[in-house]
Design a protein around this ligand. Structure first.
Ligand code: SF4
Ligand code: SF4
Length: 274
């Protein structure tokens, strides 16, 4: 199979498996444009291509995610994440069945040992890779905005040592100079025009309300309780049940806040699957 045939086969297979968006970018390009050390060459120097696949969020979840049903929306968000993790594994096996090697990268969150960014970091930025693979553009809040789904889409990456032709970057400027819908919608004022990233310390407590930092604080609160009665009170607290749900179902460990996603006007009217 030629490299072009393999690229077409991988794209078709990923779509058959339910991916809504599929793009390709060379690792040489990613190594050159990535400003941090979170580059493909750090993870796997022999990788030649990054395959980016995206799955849209269900609009019903986004619609209720800014209200009382936020827990259910968080559950949908995590299931979307799981969906992508599975597709990445399947695409990886598909690539290896056709003679190249593949490394799917996790779409959960890694843990940063120094607790920078409240302990959260990614091996690579899936959304920046998706943008370089021609699937969208990085918007004002540094999330990716796609023509089809706006920012309401998650991505995952599969590295391979097959040299597959990169897709062209999109000529797409979703935010322009004026739009401030997501900025105004953010309850924590975490988004500012002109910043290279959102203010993570303001966003993460909303976006990951049951994540690793709240779990750590909860455990510390038990250690620090003054007496057995106070310890028991902490265990009877609803925090215990919430964090248990997070541990077994992922709810609220990522994607706990939907205000900015719901506010973005781009791609709101796209029919499913487009
Ligand atoms: S996820 Fe929530 S807190 Fe974070 S930038 Fe969006 S609206 Fe603001
Ligand atoms: S709401 Fe406006 S500024 Fe924010 S990401 Fe969408 S298009 Fe860009």
């Amino acid at each position: 199979m030629t490299d072009m045939d393999l690229k077409t086969a991988v794209r078709d297979y990923a779509r058959q498996q339910g991916a809504d968006l599929v793009g390709f970018v060379s690792t040489e390009h990613l190594n050159a444009v990535t400003p941090t050390d979170h580059k493909p060459e750090r993870l796997w120097p022999e990788a030649k291509t990054a395959v980016s696949i995206g799955k849209r969020l269900l609009m019903g979840a986004v619609a209720v995610g800014a209200g009382d049903m936020v827990q259910n929306a968080r559950w949908v968000a995590w299931r979307t994440n799981e969906f992508l993790n599975r597709r990445a594994m399947e695409v990886g096996h598909f690539i290896e069945a056709h003679g190249a090697r593949a490394l799917p990268l996790s779409n959960g969150t890694m843990i940063e040992p120094t607790w920078r960014n409240l302990g959260i970091f990614g091996e690579l930025s899936h959304r920046h890779i998706a943008a370089e693979a021609g699937l969208g553009a990085i918007g004002v809040p540094t999330f990716i905005v796609t023509p089809q789904f706006g920012p309401r889409v998650y991505f995952i990456t599969i590295l391979t040592d097959a040299e597959l032709e990169p897709d062209p970057k999109l000529d797409f400027d979703p935010c322009g100079a004026e739009c401030d819908e997501c900025i105004r919608a953010c309850p924590s004022h975490a988004i500012q025009r002109g910043r290279k990233t959102i203010k993570k310390t303001l966003c993460i407590p909303n976006a990951m309300p049951h994540g690793v930092a709240p779990l750590r604080r909860y455990i510390e609160s038990i250690f620090n309780a003054e007496d057995p009665a106070a310890r028991q009170e902490r265990i009877d607290d609803f925090d215990f049940a919430r964090l248990h749900r997070a541990l077994v179902q992922g709810v609220g460990t990522i994607a706990g806040c939907f205000h900015c996603l719901a506010a973005c006007p781009v791609g709101r009217s796209s029919p499913p699957g487009q």
